[in-house]
Design a protein around this ligand. Sequence first.
Ligand code: PDD
Length: 279
Amino acid sequence: RTVYVNGDYVPEAEAKVSVFDRGFLFADGVYEVTSVLDGKLIDFDGHAKRLERSLGELEIGVPLSREDLLEVHRQLIARNELTDGLIYLQITRGAADRDFIYPAADTPQTVVLFTQAKPGLADSPVARTGLKVISIDDIRWGRRDIKTVQLLYPSMGKMMAKAAGADDAWMVEDGVVTEGTSNNAYIVKNGKIITRHLGTEILHGITRAAVLRFAREAQMEVEERAFSIEEAQDADEAFITSASSFVTPVVEIDGATVGTGKPGFVATRLREIYLDESR
Ligand code: PDD
């Protein structure tokens, strides 16, 4: 694989980042994951915009213009002959002697991008059977709207789900669902799509924004508000969205079947619309 590191395209075995990198020492960095279907980037503009916002919120400089970033994505797709898969991007505050105080503003950021091939990404079998999720406490920090590389708790959440024989976890705070470990969470009741309102408690999903727009364009009713696990278990349908899962149905929550226990009509339709419109 050819990866991108600080301006160079290099074989992955030769790619190097400093041991003093603040991403490594302090999780002082942000990331994006953009999907590629049939060689085409999905929702690039949304991801680029959110990246700039994440960097701005943390006062990390923007090392590449949107045009240059797009060119790096295109180069990686071409050089790796990527058809279906993901592009991972990470920007950290850079390398400096270990200190809680940020290094000088002119410290170069560390920029890394690499591809992950995922043949058949858009026709994953779980989209046809649906996911089982468990609920766990949301004990993450309070700025989940910034896409930082602090992913230890989401990673632990997936491990807890796996240990419980489930596929993923939905996180709960103050009695209501915030989001999934790496996706936004939704339920459908009487035809209405319900998903948590935006705020600092969740990541503002790029897929979420696109899916809600398509839903409204298709005259589906959307309500942006929080919901509890009990309300979700009692819903007609449930689903998640993310750059890597698009729209994927959820059929079981903490052991309780949602709706018929099969992917619902709304989730299935939204997945079709999202894939049709984005490709
Ligand atoms: N995760 N919420 C969280 C906590 C996420 O990590 C993600 C994305 C989302 C969905 O955002 P988007 O639609 O922009 O992908 C919501 C990525 C895919 C990941 O960590 O792999």
